[in-house]
Design a protein around this ligand. Structure first.
Ligand SMILES: [Zn+2]
Length: 237
């Protein structure tokens, strides 16, 4: 697929065996797509797109002004968080195995053309999972040392209502995949919280005294964890 750049507007161009050119602007992000006949060259398509710029912008404004919580679509320029920072998604279509690359302000998602939303989501989630799996062992190790506890195992899970859980008997903690989107200090807070459960089962005064002792600023981290972007889940931890 070709792409045209017209100022800050990117136009996806698909050429196929059709007679007339079709221009579409899609909700919710205002993505622009032109389907053009095979014989039409890119310069002609560009001139056509420029002639329609006013209409394109009007459509995009209309979509952007509709207030709603949009489900992620995994499209170009969509905002996605990693470690508390917002990145823009850059979709790069190529015939190679999928991969994700973190750049300064973008998350590049390399996918084969025709990769659907669900698959895009799965690829990005796999990357988030790997990031957590790389980041967590040294963090857990640091706190095991400080707290004098030892863990047998941790796992990263998709969980609907909790940031983490602790199985005291198995000495195992589960951490929510969503944590990859949160600032590092929030991840650390959840790790410490779950490890404190190895010392105290319930959220008692004793538990809170441990938290105050190990991580004085834990309340601030808990607040940050529940800040925007709002999730549609209710966290009950
Ligand atoms: Zn707890």
């Amino acid at each position: 697929m070709e792409q045209l750049t017209l100022g800050d507007i990117t136009v996806d161009v698909v050429q196929k065996n059709i007679k007339n050119v079709h221009l579409s602007v899609y909700p919710p992000t205002g993505r622009v797509r032109i389907a053009a006949p095979l014989r039409m060259n890119l310069d002609t398509i560009r001139i056509y797109a420029i002639s329609k710029l006013g209409w394109i912008k009007k459509q995009q404004v209309k979509f952007r002004e509709q207030p709603r919580e949009t489900p992620r679509e995994y499209l170009n320029k969509e905002g996605h968080y990693f470690l508390g920072k917002r990145y823009l998604l850059a979709i790069i279509e190529q015939e190679t195995p999928p991969k994700v690359k973190l750049r300064h302000s973008t998350i590049e998602l390399y996918i084969r053309p025709e990769t659907d939303t669900q698959k895009r989501q799965a690829i990005l989630e796999q990357w988030y999972r790997q990031q957590l799996k790389d980041l967590l062992p040294p963090l857990i190790q640091k706190w095991e040392g400080k707290m004098g506890v030892s863990l047998n195992e941790f796992q990263v899970k998709k969980m609907k209502t909790k940031w983490g859980t602790c199985n005291r008997n198995a000495k195992r903690i589960w951490l929510n995949l969503e944590l990859a989107k949160k600032p590092f200090h929030c991840i650390e807070y959840i790790v410490v919280h779950e490890l404190v459960h190895l010392l105290e089962r319930n959220h008692t005064d004793r538990f809170i005294a441990y938290m105050d002792h190990f991580l004085a600023e834990w309340k601030q981290s808990r607040n940050d964890l529940n800040k925007l972007p709002v999730s549609h889940w209710n966290w009950e931890y």
